[in-house]
Design a protein around this ligand. Structure first.
Ligand SMILES: C[S@@+](CC[C@H](N)C(=O)[O-])C[C@H]1O[C@@H](n2cnc3c(N)ncnc32)[C@H](O)[C@@H]1O
Length: 215
């Protein structure tokens, strides 16, 4: 059985839909494990034939019967899907996939999203588009920070801090490490930017100082 990386395992742990589509499945590890361990109906989807063929080869080797779909984003999402995973892409690409496929989300209850950049923009997009972020986690993999968001349909208001540093986040060692890195980043910027253009930076540093001192 495939051993998932820490990031993929964290995504897999959150998956609880009845019928799950993994968009941008690439290697196919998440669909395979969902099939083998959680016995879920799962669709492995990708925009490119290369990754999809690799995933298909893995499924065949493992004797797993998993449907694969070659599609851009969620443009041909089957109607029985109630949970969508989109991981390992930038937040802006995830936004554009959700935006272009809005009409395909009617039967979808929950999203598991893992952007490797532009998480702030994605949070704002989700709130504006009637998804609430129920929980988040941050995972470092090869020194890169990945957010993992579990979202359901509904309304939510987020403070600036939640848009910047996550909503209902698991406050573990990786998250604390991330906050410290952010603090150094904004302190460094403070030395380079005129005070008049550093209002948001000041607010961030104030919040980061207080959060780090509490943890
Ligand atoms: C870096 S891999 C991430 C793989 C896996 N989801 C993970 O988190 O490890 C990104 C995958 O997304 C696919 N992809 C990129 N844009 C896409 C789109 N618009 N629709 C579906 N898949 C897409 C790529 O072909 C690639 O296989």
């Amino acid at each position: 059985m495939i051993k998932l990386s820490k990031r993929l395992q964290a995504i897999y742990d959150l998956a609880n839909g009845n019928v799950i589509a993994d968009i941008g499945c690439d290697h196919g590890y998440i669909p395979l494990k969902l099939d083998q361990k959680k016995h879920k109906k799962v669709y492995a989807c990708d925009v490119a034939q290369g990754p999809l063929s690799r995933a298909q080869a893995l499924f065949e080797k493992e004797n797993a019967k998993i449907d694969t779909i070659l599609m851009d984003g969620i443009s041909a999402l089957p109607e029985d899907v109630d949970q969508v995973i989109i991981a390992g892409m930038g937040g802006k690409l995830i936004e554009s996939i959700l935006e272009k496929g809005k009409d395909k989300l009617v039967n979808v209850d929950s999203l598991i999203l893992s952007p490797h950049r532009n998480a702030e923009s994605l949070r704002s997009y989700l709130i504006k588009n009637h998804f609430r972020i129920e929980k988040e986690r941050l995972v470092f993999e090869e020194d890169h920070a990945y957010w993992i968001m579990y979202c359901r349909k509904g309304s939510q208001t987020l403070s600036d801090w939640q848009v910047w540093y996550g909503a209902h986040v698991k406050e573990d060692d990786d998250y604390r490490k991330y906050l410290k890195i952010e603090k150094y980043k904004w302190e460094d910027l403070q030395n380079k930017v005129p005070a008049s253009r550093f209002e948001e930076g000041k607010a961030r540093l104030k919040w980061l100082d207080s959060k780090i001192s509490q943890s």
